[in-house]
Write a protein of this length. Structure first.
Length: 160
């Protein structure tokens, strides 16, 4: 599919139009902008921005407004990807344990050799080691494979 056809397909199937798309992309760049600043940047009315953003929030397209932090500067020196095998009958256990862990920032159900991909940040190797021992001790974890992230080249939201 060409880029423009692909964009039209995504827009048609996600119930957003070009104006919504432009608002979302502005928010991805800076979610602290006021309605007035967004309107000025896009050359549309403030009421249009307010109405569109309210609709996008109601539909769950905008989930929350947040900041992107530099975790290395906050002392989180170790970032890992952990692949986990979990029997299907125990998938619900993820909600009770792993989702609540403050070091875990992403959990994904995956296809392939492993069932779950977990992403986490730690202040040091000792904290990581403690987490891994706890993780491998859970009854629902059959096997893990840990990958240390050496350098983060890019981490941002995908523009729509």
């Amino acid at each position: 599919m060409s880029a423009s056809i692909n964009s039209l397909y995504r827009l048609k199937n996600s119930m957003i139009d070009k104006v919504d798309q432009k608002i979302l992309n502005v928010l991805l760049e800076n979610s602290r902008l006021s309605y007035r600043q967004i309107a000025r940047k896009l050359d549309i009315s403030v009421s249009t921005v307010i109405n569109r953003m309210d609709k996008l929030e109601r539909e769950g397209i905008i989930k929350k407004y947040t900041s992107m932090l530099d975790f290395e500067k906050l002392g989180y020196e170790v970032e890992v990807i952990i692949e986990i095998n979990i029997p299907k009958a125990y998938m619900f256990k993820i909600e009770d344990t792993l989702i609540k862990d403050p070091n875990v920032h992403g959990i994904y159900s995956t296809a392939g050799e492993f069932d779950v991909l977990l992403m986490a940040k730690f202040k040091d190797r000792r904290q990581l080691t403690t987490f891994l021992k706890r993780l491998q001790g859970y009854e629902f974890v059959e096997r893990t494979h840990t990958k240390l992230i050496l350098k983060n080249f890019k981490e941002e939201q995908v523009k729509v």
